[in-house]
Write a protein that binds this ligand. Structure first.
Ligand SMILES: Nc1ncnc2c1ncn2[C@@H]1O[C@H](COP(=O)(O)OP(=O)(O)O)[C@@H](O)[C@H]1O
Ligand SMILES: [Mg+2]
Length: 309
C-alpha cells in the first residue's frame, strides 16, 4: 500500500530524514518509533502530501505522492500531532465543517458525521463545545475528523501522546477496530512503545533521520538479545561474587547495585542454564535469580546505542 524509497528532506541546515526506505502492506498497522527530532513527523507529513521531499520516491496505493497529491489526499487521512480547533464550536458542527472541507455533499456529510461520531464513541459529546473537551476526547475527535472521507490509509502522529492510561487504552481499542473490522492500513508514530507493541505488526526504529531497524516487534526483541539480563542476589560477599562472575566465559559484564548483581550474558546465552553453570563455577550462592527480558524500550535503546543525534 505504501512504498518509500530513498526519502531525503532537509529544512534549511537541518536534515530531517536522510534516506528512508519503508514498505507497508495493505491492512497492516506499521509503527514509527524514535526520539524527538528523529524524523517521524516529516515522514508522515510527506505521506500526507504536506511536505515535499528533496529526493526519493513515495507512492501510496500506486499513486506517486509528488505527481498526484490530490488523489493521494483522498486515499489518506492524516492526524497531526497538535490539535488545532475552533473552541467555541460544538463537536457535531466541527465535524460537519470538516466534512464540508473534504468535499462531502450535504446528505453524505450528515451520514458520515453520524458514522464517525458512532465509531469514535462521541455521540454523548455531540453537543459539547470543542474547547471544553478533555485531551482524550479531543484526540478521539481529531481521529473522527481524520475518518470523515473514509480513507484507506490512516497516518497518525502520536495519537496517544499526553493521554492518561484510560484514554490511551480507548485510542488503542479504536485503532484495533479500524484495523481489524474496517481493514484500514495504519501508520502510527509514538515514543510510547507499549502502545505500538500491541497494535503494530511491524515497526521502524528511527534515529537521527534514519531507520536503524525494521521488523516485527518480537523479531526486534530477538535481535536485541543483548538487552537480556539476569538479576541475582548473592549470599555473602557481593563484591567478591561480582569479581568471580565477571571472569566466567558465559558472562559479558556484571553490574552491581547494592546487594544485587545484574549479569549481562554473552550473545550465545539463550536461557538460564549457562548462568546457573556460571554461578556454580564461580561458587556463588544466591537468594534469588530473575530473568529480565527486554521490553521494546530496551530494544530501542539497544538498537540506537551511540547514535544520538
Ligand atoms: N518545518 C520545519 N522547519 C525546520 N526544521 C524542521 C521542520 N520540521 C522538522 N524539522 C526538523 O527536522 C528534524 C526532524 O523532525 P520531525 O520529523 O518532526 O521528528 P519527530 O517527529 O521524530 O520528532 C528535527 O530536527 C526538526 O527540528
Ligand atoms: Mg513528531
Amino acid at each position: 500500500m505504501i512504498q518509500i524509497q530513498g526519502l531525503h528532506k532537509r529544512f534549511g541546515p537541518t536534515v530531517a530524514v536522510r534516506g528512508i526506505d519503508l514498505e507497508v502492506a495493505q491492512g497492516e498497522c506499521f509503527g514509527l518509533i524514535g526520539p524527538n527530532g528523529a524524523g517521524k513527523t516529516t515522514t508522515l507529513k510527506t505521506l500526507a502530501t504536506l511536505v515535499k521531499p528533496d529526493s526519493g520516491k513515495v507512492t501510496i496505493n500506486g499513486v506517486a505522492v509528488e505527481r498526484d497529491p490530490r488523489k493521494v489526499r483522498r486515499i489518506v487521512g492524516y492526524m497531526p500531532d497538535i490539535f488545532q480547533s475552533y473552541g467555541d464550536l460544538k463537536v457535531v458542527h466541527y465535524l460537519d465543517y470538516y466534512a464540508g472541507l473534504v468535499g462531502l455533499r450535504r446528505q453524505e456529510r450528515v451520514r458520515q458525521v453520524e458514522e464517525v461520531l458512532e465509531l469514535t464513541d462521541l455521540q454523548p459529546k455531540r453537543e459539547a463545545l470543542v474547547g471544553g473537551l478533555s485531551r482524550g476526547v479531543k484526540q478521539r475527535l481529531c481521529l473522527a475528523k481524520t475518518l470523515l472521507h473514509d480513507p484507506l490509509v490512516l497516518l497518525l502522529d502520536e495519537p496517544a501522546s499526553g493521554l492518561d492510561p484510560r484514554a490511551r487504552i480507548e485510542i488503542r481499542v479504536l485503532l484495533q477496530v479500524l484495523k481489524r473490522d474496517m481493514g484500514k492500513t495504519i501508520v502510527i508514530s509514538s515514543h510510547i512503545l507499549e502502545d505500538l507493541e500491541e497494535i503494530c505488526e511491524r515497526v521502524a526504529v528511527y534515529e537521527a533521520g534514519k531507520v536503524v531497524a525494521t521488523g516485527a516487534v518480537a523479531d526486534l526483541k530477538e535481535k536485541a538479545r543483548g538487552a537480556h539480563r539476569y538479576v541475582i542476589e548473592p549470599r555473602g560477599d557481593v563484591a567478591a561474587a561480582a569479581e568471580r562472575l565477571a571472569s566466567c566465559a558465559q558472562i559479558e559484564s556484571v553490574h552491581r547495585d547494592q546487594h544485587r548483581l545484574t549479569l549481562v550474558p554473552t550473545p550465545e546465552v539463550v536461557d538460564e542454564a549457562p548462568i546457573l553453570r556460571a554461578l556454580l563455577e564461580a561458587d556463588v550462592r544466591v537468594r534469588s535469580l530473575r530473568e529480565e527480558s527486554p521490553d521494546l524500550h530496551d530494544v530501542f535503546l539497544e538498537l540506537t546505542r551511540g547514535e544520538v543525534s
